[in-house]
Design a protein around this ligand. Structure first.
Ligand SMILES: NC(=O)c1ccc[n+]([C@@H]2O[C@H](COP(=O)([O-])OP(=O)(O)OC[C@H]3O[C@@H](n4cnc5c(N)ncnc54)[C@H](OP(=O)(O)O)[C@@H]3O)[C@@H](O)[C@H]2O)c1
Length: 440
C-alpha cells in the first residue's frame, strides 16, 4: 500500500474533533477509495490540557500552529482554527510556502485573503481546498469549480446561514416574534451568544463572496456585497408573504447584470413552490443558474461538526489521490477585479408594507407617487388585521392601516424615491417595510 497522507490538524473544536473521528471511522473506506490511508499525525489547539472527546496522546502535540505547518512530519495542513488573522493566516501561508497543501473551513480567511493565498498555493504547486468554508456539508465549491466546468453561470444564490433560516422558519410556522426565535435558537445552540454577525447578514456575505468568485472568475471582495439582515422582519410580513404565495428567506445572491456583478444579501421573497422555499430550519441550499441549463439546487446541512468534517475529508481525499486544480478553478492571476453593479440599479419586484393613515386621499397620494416613478402594482392588499404590529381596528378613522403593495419589476432607485415622497406627504406612519422579490 502507498504511504499514508500525514495530516497536521490545527484546531480541535467542533470541526477539528469531528475530523479526527471521521478519519478514524472511515479509514478502510478511504484506503479503498484513495489507495492510501489518511492519518492525523500531529495536532495543535489553544489549550493542551482541555478535555477532548478523543485521546490527544495518540498524536504529536504542537504549541504553535505555525510550527506545525512547517514541520516535515506532516504532508498536509488542515486549518480549523478560524478567523481572518493570525495564527490561522500565518499557519496557512507557512504550509503553502513550504510546499504543503492546505485544507481549510475558514470563510473569513478566504473572504479576506483568498486571492493572495491562491496565488501562493499556485506558485508552490500545491492545493488549497476549502469545500467546508461555504454551506458546510454541501459540495458547492466542487460543483462550481469542477462539476460545471463547461457552464456559463448567470446567477448563484442560496440560504447560507442556518441560524437565520431557523429563525425565519420558526417565525413563519408559529407566528413568533424575531427576538423570541433568536432566544430559542441561542438556547438550542443554533445561534452564537453574540449573533450579530449571522443575523445582520455578514456571515452570508463572506460565503457569497467566495461563491461569486468561483462562478464569475472575479477577485473575492466581501466589501462589494450589499448587506441587510433579518431583524426588521415581522410575523406580519411572513403571514402576508404566505397569503401572497411567497416565503421570506435570507438569501445571498450573486448575479451577472449588464452593469457588472451584483452581490447582495437581504431578506428575500421567494415563490412558495420554488426549490429554495422548501428549505426549512438550519438547512442550507444553493441554486445555480447557468446558460442553457435548468437550475440546479443543492440542499443539505450547512454546519455542524460531522457535516463540515465530511467536506474536509473529501478535500483530503482529493489530495491523497493527487487531484489538483487551481483553488478558484482558474489561475488566480487571471481573476479580474469585480465590476460592482450599483444597488440602486437593482431591478426586480418589491413587497412594500406601509402603515397608511386612514383618511381621505391617502390611497390617491400613494398611487400618484408610485406612478411618478413608473412603478406598476401587481397587487394591493389593505389589512385590518388586529394581530399585526401597528394595525388598526377597522372603522377607527385616523388610525394607521397596514397596506401591502406588490410591484411589478422596477428599480431600487424608483422604490426609494417613491417611498421618500410618500413619507414627505405624511400619509404613512413610520418606515415602510421593503422586501425584494427574487424571480425563481
Ligand atoms: N462549526 C461549524 O459548524 C462550522 C461550519 C463550517 C465552517 N466552520 C469553520 O471552521 C472553523 C472552526 O470552527 P469550529 O466551530 O470548529 O470552532 P471552535 O469550536 O471554536 O474551535 C476552534 C479551535 O481552534 C483552536 N484555537 C483557537 N485559537 C487558537 C490559537 N491561537 N492557536 C491554536 N489553536 C487555536 C481552539 O483551541 P481550544 O480547543 O484549545 O480552545 C479550538 O480547538 C472556523 O473557520 C469556522 O468558520 C465551522
Amino acid at each position: 500500500m502507498a504511504e499514508p497522507l500525514r495530516v497536521g490538524l490545527a484546531g480541535l473544536g467542533t470541526v477539528g474533533s469531528a475530523v479526527v473521528h471521521l478519519l478514524d471511522e472511515g479509514r478502510d473506506k478511504l484506503i479503498a477509495r484513495c489507495g492510501r490511508p489518511i492519518e492525523v499525525v500531529a495536532l495543535t489547539a489553544r489549550s493542551r490540557g482541555k478535555k477532548r472527546d478523543f485521546d490527544v496522546k495518540r498524536f504529536r502535540w504542537f504549541g504553535d500552529p505555525v510550527a506545525l505547518a512547517r514541520d516535515s512530519a506532516i504532508d498536509v495542513l488542515v486549518e480549523v482554527i478560524g478567523g481572518a488573522g493570525d495564527p490561522a493566516k500565518r499557519a496557512v501561508e507557512t504550509a503553502l510556502a513550504a510546499g504543503k497543501p492546505v485544507v481549510t473551513a475558514n470563510k473569513a480567511l478566504l473572504a479576506r485573503h483568498g486571492q493572495k493565498l491562491a496565488r501562493l498555493a499556485e506558485r508552490n504547486g500545491v492545493a488549497l481546498n476549502f469545500e467546508a468554508s461555504v454551506a458546510g456539508g454541501i459540495p458547492i465549491v466542487k460543483t462550481l469549480r469542477e462539476g460545471l466546468n463547461g457552464a456559463s453561470f448567470t446567477r448563484v444564490y442560496g440560504i447560507l446561514n442556518g441560524t437565520c433560516n431557523y429563525i425565519l422558519t420558526r417565525m413563519e410556522q408559529d407566528r413568533l416574534a424575531f427576538a423570541d426565535c433568536l432566544r430559542e435558537a441561542q438556547r438550542l445552540g443554533y445561534a452564537e451568544a453574540d449573533p450579530t454577525f449571522d443575523i445582520e447578514g455578514h456571515d452570508t456575505a463572506q460565503k457569497l463572496s467566495i461563491l461569486a468568485s468561483l462562478a464569475f472568475g472575479t477577485k473575492i471582495d466581501p466589501d462589494a456585497v450589499y448587506v441587510e439582515g433579518i431583524a426588521s422582519i415581522t410575523p406580519a410580513d411572513l403571514a402576508a408573504a404566505n397569503e401572497l404565495g411567497y416565503r421570506i428567506k435570507l438569501l445571498g445572491v450573486a448575479v451577472k447584470t449588464p452593469q457588472g456583478i451584483e452581490q447582495r444579501v437581504h431578506p428575500t421573497m421567494v415563490r412558495k413552490d420554488s426549490a429554495i422555499a422548501q428549505v426549512m430550519g438550519v438547512t442550507n441550499a444553493v441554486t445555480i443558474d447557468a446558460e442553457g441549463l435548468a437550475p440546479i439546487t443543492l440542499v443539505g446541512p450547512g454546519a455542524g461538526g460531522t457535516a463540515t468534517a465530511s467536506a474536509i475529508v473529501a478535500d483530503l481525499a482529493d489530495i491523497a489521490r493527487g487531484v489538483h486544480t487551481p483553488p478558484f478553478g482558474r489561475p488566480a492571476a487571471s481573476m479580474t477585479a469585480i465590476r460592482k453593479a450599483p444597488m440602486q440599479h437593482h431591478e426586480g419586484g418589491y413587497y412594500i408594507r406601509l402603515l397608511a393613515r386612514d383618511r381621505p386621499g391617502t390611497a390617491a397620494t400613494i398611487a400618484r407617487r408610485l406612478a411618478q416613478q413608473k412603478i406598476s402594482l401587481e397587487s394591493i392588499v389593505q389589512r385590518h388585521d388586529a394581530g399585526s404590529p401597528g394595525a388598526a381596528q377597522p372603522g377607527r378613522s385616523g388610525e394607521p392601516v397596514p397596506v401591502i403593495l406588490i410591484t411589478y419589476a422596477t428599480s431600487e432607485d424608483a422604490v426609494h424615491k417613491a417611498l421618500a415622497a410618500v413619507r414627505r406627504d405624511r400619509v404613512v406612519s413610520g418606515r415602510p417595510q421593503v422586501i425584494r422579490i427574487e424571480k425563481n
